[in-house]
Design a protein around this ligand. Structure first.
Ligand SMILES: [Fe+2]
Length: 259
């Protein structure tokens, strides 16, 4: 790596050459809805990240939230049991960006031009911006025993995550690829089948150090409850326009404060 701030972070495969052309992964992402870059973080980087996450954990904010899969307000024109209104829940702990040290590997990855140009190329975007508020661009999420992430669609088109620590049992990421719309409309019937456990999705086996990119706004997803151990997942969050803050409601829910 020419950039000294990126030394000793990535796994062996992830050279300058690797990052120089993200577009070669575009078709796979579009077809499969997900890309997993195995051992994106090398072993020394991973050790540093786990240590950092452990140290920060005592400052994390514990939240329990309830929402529907569309993360939208209750709509009276649908029944209470409609997937449009059905209540899902998430419980986790979270470290917002302003508690992550500037020298952290996470911040160095997020600020890197090399990595960002790779994402731009891969996602076919002209620009990606950090959140305007100081909390929401990079988050460390902790799932302890019993913690889970209920079914939902994300607000942003793409979600980029890094698994820092895997739990021993449970905590499985499951998704249905690009199934949200049918003939241009929300496919409530299919979502109902998912929520009623009549169908099962693709379960992803990911490992510590893996970077995952998925189409979160079109692919419903969940993480099952952690049964044993602890799962630590970092999200790298970007916006397509400048000056966007995460909603006040979400900041209050996940960080317990607005700034
Ligand atoms: Fe999500």
């Amino acid at each position: 790596m020419n950039d000294s701030r990126l030394k000793n972070i990535f796994g062996d495969t992830y050279t300058e050459d690797f990052f120089s052309n993200g577009s070669r992964f575009r078709d796979t992402l579009n077809e499969k809805g997900i890309l997993i870059f195995k051992s994106f973080i090398g072993s020394s980087g991973l050790m540093a990240l786990q240590e950092e996450a452990n140290m920060l954990k005592e400052h994390s904010y514990k939240s329990s939230s309830e929402y529907n899969v569309y993360i939208s307000e209750h709509d009276n024109s649908f029944s209470k049991n409609s997937p449009r209104n059905r209540i899902m829940s998430t419980s986790k702990k979270c470290i917002p960006n302003d508690l992550i040290p500037k020298e952290s590997i996470l911040q160095r990855i997020y600020d890197s031009h090399l990595v960002k140009s790779f994402f731009l190329d891969l996602l076919d975007k002209d620009e990606l911006y950090p959140y305007e508020d100081p909390l929401s661009s990079i988050n460390i999420n902790y799932y302890d025993k019993g913690d889970a992430l209920g079914w939902h669609f994300d607000n942003s088109d793409y979600t980029i995550t890094l698994l820092v620590k895997n739990c021993k049992k449970g905590g499985v990421y499951e998704f249905f690829n690009d199934m949200r719309y049918k003939d241009g409309n929300e496919d409530y019937d299919f979502v109902q089948k998912i929520l009623d456990n009549e169908v099962s999705g693709i379960k992803v086996n990911s490992f510590e150090g893996d970077l995952m990119i998925f189409k979160g706004s079109k692919s419903i997803h969940q993480v099952t409850a952690v049964e044993e151990g602890e799962r630590i997942l970092v999200t790298f969050n970007y916006n397509e326009s400048r000056g966007v803050s995460l909603s006040e409601k979400s900041r209050k829910t996940f960080f317990g404060r607005l700034k």
